[in-house]
Design a protein around this ligand. Structure first.
Ligand SMILES: [Zn+2]
Ligand SMILES: [Zn+2]
Length: 329
């Protein structure tokens, strides 16, 4: 098998040949069809997010075909197409796991972080964390971005609250372009905030049904009920708090963010809430994938050959992408 491997944060990934691994008793081996590139991969590669082990193969939006299964695996079969997302494994017995909050497990493993991910031709995965994709139409390229951009966005949208009709999205990348569509289908109105002057992103947001698109520093034309901050920019948090009405919520959807500057208490006053979304649960995945199967979303992608993973990461870093980058082995 081949993989794009990170040896040291801050350095480019290296193309390497490795022996094709055998699945452990509870694992499956996938032949990767497509793996989308998430901003978290960029945080791993750039060293913003410490990783528990090196070298590591990034990538946690994997669509693959099951090629081999471990001796104890009954739930997944050879030839099936499955998805592998960020949540690679949880302990199953800590207080969080027992309460159905496995996203907060005390000893989790994350794909492309604590175990090798999908920037590769093949990958091992825990069978219990493989997501069935049978109901989804569309090819692997269009399904892969659903597995993090879609899933984390879904969890963030749920945390924004059912009552949030006027929804702000700060940063209109892979997650926002999917969640704007979900929000519209749920009858919400989307207000898209981008970097000042990023006319293509604002046009893109309008083309996906946003009621308004403008610069993050601009006040929206009407108060928001909730906002989700997808961009990893702490300075957006006080701006988003300023844009939500009394009792409104601001949800931070990313795993890493630059420091949040200090802000006057009046921005939080009147029962505004500020919260973060961490990881995902398998329940989030089944809910969202069921939604996506019923209501197909337009998934905007730019594809790269697997060996061009560094180029894809550079384009994401430089804000040169619309929608999601997807690697093809
Ligand atoms: Zn646990
Ligand atoms: Zn991700």
């Amino acid at each position: 098998m081949h993989a794009m491997v990170l040896h040291h944060p801050g350095e480019a990934l290296q193309w390497e040949e490795r022996p094709t691994p055998l699945p452990g008793p509870a694992q499956v081996r996938l032949r990767v069809e497509a793996c989308a590139v998430c901003r978290t991969d960029l945080h791993v590669v750039d060293g913003d997010l410490p990783v528990p082990r090196l070298p590591i193969v990034p990538g946690h939006e994997i669509v693959g075909l099951v090629e081999a299964v471990g001796t104890d695996v009954r739930s997944v079969h050879v030839g099936e197409r499955v998805g592998v997302a960020w949540l690679a494994h949880t302990c199953g017995h800590c207080a969080y796991c027992r309460q159905g909050r496995e996203n907060l497990c005390d000893t989790p493993l994350f794909t492309g972080h604590g175990c090798d991910g999908g920037f590769a031709t093949h990958v091992l995965a825990d069978a219990a964390f493989c997501l069935p994709l049978d109901d989804l139409s569309g090819n692997a390229v269009h399904v892969a971005p659903l597995l993090c951009a879609g899933l984390i966005g879904w969890r963030a949208l749920r945390m924004a609250g059912d009552g949030a009709t006027n929804l702000g999205l700060y940063g209109f990348g892979a997650a926002a372009h999917l969640i704007a569509q979900v929000a519209r289908l749920q009858g919400r109105r989307v207000f898209a905030f981008t970097r000042a002057g990023d006319v293509p992103a604002q046009d893109f947001a309008r083309s996906l049904g946003s009621a308004w698109a403008g610069a993050s520093e601009e006040p929206p034309p009407e108060p928001l009920d909730a906002a989700i901050v997808f961009a990893p920019v702490g300075a957006l948090v006080p701006l988003a708090l300023q844009a939500v009405r009394k009792g409104g919520r601001v949800v931070c959807g990313g795993i890493h963010m630059s420091d949040i500057p200090s802000f006057p208490y009046r921005l939080l006053w009147e029962e505004r809430q500020l919260l973060s979304v961490a990881n995902l649960t398998r329940r989030d995945a089944s809910e969202f994938l069921r939604f996506a199967a019923r209501s197909p979303l337009h998934v905007e992608t730019t594809t790269y050959p697997l060996q061009a993973a560094n180029e894809a990461l550079a384009d994401l870093r430089g804000g040169r992408l619309q929608g999601a980058a997807v690697l093809l082995p």
